[in-house]
Design a protein around this ligand. Structure first.
Ligand code: AMP
Length: 376
């Protein structure tokens, strides 16, 4: 392999696995930092390809295409965590990969992820691996109902899971969900869902953004409120957990940790995403360095940028045709930034863009939220 020197010099090329909006916004940030991006994805004309210097359209396990990609870039990162671990195993001997195969593997598998969160000192809901229907019955007897049964891999935005309320729900849920094994989790009676984004540089330094509060609609993130409207110690704990997870994973880049907040103020970790995250889009307009700049800085070996929030913010996702129908009204508001992903067709449920509305620092109380929701 030709030796990559860090920090990458201007005009070096960052390879990104995955072509979606997270790759697009990472590539735009990379361009501002003076880098070129080369997108690798199985389909052509993906949102990230439309703003990048180079593209490879090939399968994730196409060894010849991966070798050519490795030779064309100075470092590789990813923008979604369902890239096969095998892809990074093929690339890692050829080019630095940030994150590497281990971090990806942990975040791809809910069983490894839960065990990892526990080992990093982040409490999680009671859980059990289930490999057969009798094991599911035993696990339900131990954990109780209601409970949530999930696939261990490839689940996102609420896909690949079932809420079990009565014994009659067990058999159909076991039948329906695949691939097996599955994971059973206690149902968490959360009052809020919170996330925190941490960055870790190649030098081991960490930087964390303010924790945010997330609201979902039809299982898709709808709104993020920055900062989360929670007691200071809860926000501090979420940030500390996210930094600890980044350190324990030895990540170089950014990650998001999603939490459930319990009525007694305790936080339970739910998921880790080893990449920029939808709940961090507010940082584009409300922080010195956005999560995308931060990710590119870390991957390029630059020192991390500032994570301080200079404004309060509400982010709303623009999903499907209804989301696109709101674009011009949002573009007419001077305190709103609309970010569109360049997707050709607005199918229902597809994330087309998002809007960030800023508020003066410290003013995101109940009234501002009501106003934000009526106009966003
Ligand atoms: P996930 O795919 O794990 O992010 O789950 C998607 C959504 O389902 C979460 O954002 C929660 O709203 C809900 N959910 C997931 N796991 C649980 C749980 N153990 N208890 C209650 N709600 C859950």
């Amino acid at each position: 392999m030709s030796e990559t020197r860090f920090p990458l010099p201007p005009n070096a090329t960052i390879g990104i696995l995955g072509g979606g909006q997270l790759g697009r916004m990472s590539a735009l940030a990379a361009a501002e930092l003076g880098y070129r991006c080369h997108i690798y994805a199985p389909q052509d004309d993906e949102p990230a390809m439309l703003v990048s210097a180079a593209r490879t359209v090939a399968g994730y396990e196409d060894e010849a295409a991966l070798a050519a990609f490795a030779a064309a870039v100075d470092v590789v990162t990813l923008e979604f965590e369902n890239v096969p671990v095998r892809t990074l195993e093929i690339l890692a001997p050829l080019v630095p990969c940030r994150p590497g195969p281990r971090a990806l593997s942990v975040c791809q598998d809910r069983l490894q992820e839960k065990a990892f969160l526990e080992s990093a000192g982040v409490p999680v809901a009671p859980w059990a691996v289930v490999t057969s229907e009798p094991e599911l019955r035993e696990a339900v007897a131990r954990i109780g109902l209601p409970a949530v049964l999930k696939t261990t891999r490839l689940g996102y935005d609420g896909r690949g899971q079932a809420v079990l309320r009565t014994q009659e729900d067990l058999a159909p849920a076991w039948e329906r969900l695949s691939p097996k094994p599955l994971i059973l989790e206690a149902f968490v009676p959360f009052t809020q869902e919170i996330s925190a984004i941490a960055a870790r540089g190649a030098d081991g330094a960490t930087a964390v953004y303010d924790a945010v509060e997330n609201q979902h609609r039809h299982h898709i993130l709808d709104l993020s409120f920055a900062p989360a409207r929670v007691p200071e110690e809860v926000a501090a704990q979420a940030r500390a957990h996210a930094a600890r997870v980044a350190e324990a994973l030895e990540l170089v880049g950014v990650l998001a940790v999603e939490f459930f907040l319990l009525p007694d103020g305790r936080l339970l970790g739910n998921e880790i995403a080893p990449r920029p995250h939808n709940s961090g889009h507010w940082t584009q307009d409300a922080c010195q360095s956005s999560q995308f700049h931060q990710h590119m800085r870390a991957v390029a070996g630059l020192p991390l940028g500032g994570t301080a929030r200079h404004s309060d913010a509400v982010m709303r996702n623009l999903v499907g045709p209804e989301g696109m129908a709101r674009v011009s009204a949002l573009q007419a508001q001077s305190d709103v930034s609309v970010h569109l992903y360049g997707k050709a067709s607005a199918r229902p449920g597809r994330k087309m863009g998002h809007a960030n509305r800023l508020f003066p620092l410290g003013t995101l109380g109940k009234e501002a939220v009501a106003e934000a929701l009526s106009e966003l």
